[in-house]
Design a protein around this ligand. Structure first.
Ligand code: ADP
Length: 173
């Protein structure tokens, strides 16, 4: 039997129920799944620090024995080889994800043919969900129920409230 170790890379700012849906599916399919938070210099400022994103992912995947959480910097395929991984897990939500994901998967394959990209689809109710939309709804005071776990919802609300307070200078009063 082959030992399939997969890497699930992303920014997870914050982890959503869509990510968790994919992690559960991946943990059933692969022998080992490493959720790898990317240090992404292009995405600009994040809502949560690397440490906070990791803490939330660790708490939300505690019951999954073959899932671990890590962080990485630099080329994904180089990280895969360092970890002894032979697969990359990515989620496909809408058609709009496809073009970018195809380009990345083919480029990664060209750089490192030993690593295969595997695409999985989340349950339909998560197919429109992204971390960005969670951050935006939270900033506008909308409901996050069903989009992220309760612990994440509390942390997002607390972070956004705190940012709002410092932006309005009320913390000085
Ligand atoms: P986001 O797109 O939410 O900011 P990331 O950059 O952390 O998330 O994405 C990491 C991976 O998770 C990508 O492959 C992305 O397609 C996938 N993903 C994100 N949200 C979902 C979802 N709701 N359902 C399935 N896959 C998802």
């Amino acid at each position: 039997m082959k030992n399939i170790v997969a890497i699930y890379p992303g920014s997870f700012d914050p982890v959503t129920n869509g990510h968790l849906d994919l992690i559960h599916r991946g943990s059933k399919l692969f022998d080992k799944l490493i959720v790898a938070i990317a240090v992404n210099l292009d995405k600009g400022e994040t809502l949560f620090t690397m440490k906070e994103r990791k803490e939330m992912l660790v708490a939300m995947t505690e019951e999954l024995d073959n899932v671990s959480i890590d962080t990485f910097e630099g080329l994904l395929v180089s990280y895969c080889i360092r970890q002894g991984a032979n697969a990359v897990l990515r989620g496909i939500r809408a058609i709009s994800d496809y073009e970018f994901e195809l380009q990345m998967a083919l480029m990664n394959r060209k750089m490192e043919p030993r690593v295969e990209t595997v695409f999985m689809m989340p349950a339909e109710q998560y197919s429109y969900l992204s971390s960005r939309i969670v951050r935006e709804i939270a900033k506008l005071g909308g409901p996050l129920t069903g989009l992220v776990p309760k612990m994440v919802e509390d942390r997002v609300r607390e972070r956004i409230a705190r940012r709002h307070i410092s932006a309005t200078g009320k913390h000085l009063l």
